[in-house]
Design a protein around this ligand. Sequence first.
Ligand code: HSE
Length: 291
Amino acid sequence: MLTVRAPATSANLGSGFDVFGVALERPADVVRVEKADRTIIDVTGAGSQFIPEDPEKNTVGAVAEALDAPAHIQIDKGIRPASGLGSSAASAAAAAVALNQLYDRGHSREELVPIAAKGEAVVSGDAHDDNVAPSIMGGFTIATPDGVTKVSADIPLVACLPDIVVSTRDAREVVPDGARVSQLVENVGNAATLTTGMHRDDPELVGRGMEDTVVTPARAKLIDGYESVREAAFDAGATGVTISGAGPAVIAACYERDQRAIGTAMLDAFDDTGADATVYQTRIGQGATVY
Ligand code: HSE
């Protein structure tokens, strides 16, 4: 029996659509694996009633198959599905790390990223490395088709998850087909600023680099109250605010001294729209941990 904790993640960070991601110190999924003749999956915890246990339909079933590693897999969800916090990616990441070790497959962490992404594709309909990469490797990751670059950054973050559901599939349908060159220029500048901020552990630069006028405005319409939550977070001291992954969670970068006030301001703003919300005062953390 082997236990792995894999962290929630926040992908995109505004300017890095489908490329940037960060591991969050919390929340996390915990996965336990034991060798078996065929794969059996049990799911407990946050939102488990919505997660299929059939290995053909569950994110970790595809991972077990890709690693030729049948197992009894128990998933304890700390991350609610359809949250924008990399819920399915965390389960896939944990399973990939756990089964790789249980069966002595010898893959490096970076090699496990595309394997875990296959599992993610089962639920999101598309394989993205931007959530699985930070969940496996930790830190801030830049995931491109040529591989993953990791920066071990330390930035305080506040993630606020309203009690509404936005599926990644739906959120991808509203992504515009194209962008103007002026928007491209803006996003290159923002992405470079954000990356520099990660290298310097500078919340100001990271926050400034989270601006995006291409995908975020289209998706904001799916999150009731997004603009007021964003404004409230800025008023309370956030250095940058954007949608986490495909939403509905909203993520703010900040200095540690402002974390509590930002969390309260975001909760209150969601409350004004009639939505209950959960706030995570967190920071960039490490990747999947084996116990
Ligand atoms: N980058 C993805 C999206 C997140 O925003 O749709 C899921 O990997």
